[in-house]
Design a binder for this molecule. Sequence first.
Ligand SMILES: *Cc1c(COP(=O)(O)O)cnc(C)c1O
Length: 397
Amino acid sequence: MSITPLMPVYPRCDVRPVRGDNCHLIDENGTRYLDFASGIAVNLLGHSHPALIGAIQRQAETLMHVSNLYGSPQGEALAQKLVDNTFADTVFFSNSGAEAVETAIKTARAYHQNHEDGDKNRHDIITFTNAFHGRTMATISASNQAKMHQGFLPLLEGFQYCEFDDLEAAEKLIGPTTAGFLVEPIQGEGGIRPASQEFMSGLRALADQHGLMLILDEVQCGVARTGKLYAHELYGIEPDIMASAKGIGGGFPLGACLATEKAARGMTFGTHGSTYGGNPLAMAAGMAVMETVANDEFLASVREKGERIRSRLEQFIGNYPDLFDFVRGSGLMLGLRMKVESRPFFVHLRDNHQLLTVAAGDQTIRILPPLVIGDAEIDEFFDKLSAGAASYDIPEN
Ligand SMILES: *Cc1c(COP(=O)(O)O)cnc(C)c1O
């Protein structure tokens, strides 16, 4: 037998963490890593936040799971918290980002198809190049990235790909079968690429004009990551439907599909479900995260730290004009665009300087620290990054 017990779909690196300590990870050998990856924008509160640990411990002792056959005081409380703090009127809880996006797609289609005033022909969702929406059949079908399709054909029908940030092209694709748009306001896997203001306002206007659903995938950029609770607030627009996950459970698996009352009009009894979705344990984790991050003081601190890191990064990259191109992103969702392949540099930082970041598309290094970092972690980050850049030999190829 040569296959590993863990299905070998991930090329895992040699770092094998066994413990977390605030913004650091400690591996099997006791080596400490500075974690500016946060489990890919998940561990908003770091690895040992007392509010999150306490909430999960207390809930585990009280009640973990009952199914959605019963009333859910815990789910109602977290849904109300999200409704109070966002554009949304209603929330469906899932266990992951891909499921939240799936729910969003179903909600948009049902808006048109499962209502007497709807148009049953509207099923196509316009999506954008280099998007990432998850790994289920619908969410890979929603992305134009061939590498995710390879081996899994046929794709699901009903998605049309459009150039990201090209409003004119998006408008041209609208037809009698269009149901809506699905877009990341700031592309994550694609390389921390923010949509322009014109594009986001333009999609909102097109959706209004044509009666379409504007679905935002805020799985990576949402939940205080950008210094706003959700990234669309940076643009001054509101979606009809939005997928949230990653940071929302702070490390506990949790996703959510948020919608306005109007957008959710097709999601009636029996149309959708999930066995685990919104179970009391997940709700306790989500509530601990929301109670910590959904306030002006916390959000302002994310913006302040983000601006501080960004301006230091901009100064720093001036020392290495052959290596770095520019910095982009918002809050603590920052991308360092390189002039060379980013992956080997990300590996160098990890293996030789114990600094964890995340490689992304478009020659970009993702800088996604826990939102609770302090001055000491910021200084340590720059020490490691400077040492990493100074010791880096650009690989030939
Ligand atoms: C990570 C991600 C997803 C998928 O989330 P999973 O929890 O891995 O299913 C979807 N959309 C975006 C923008 C993401 O970054």
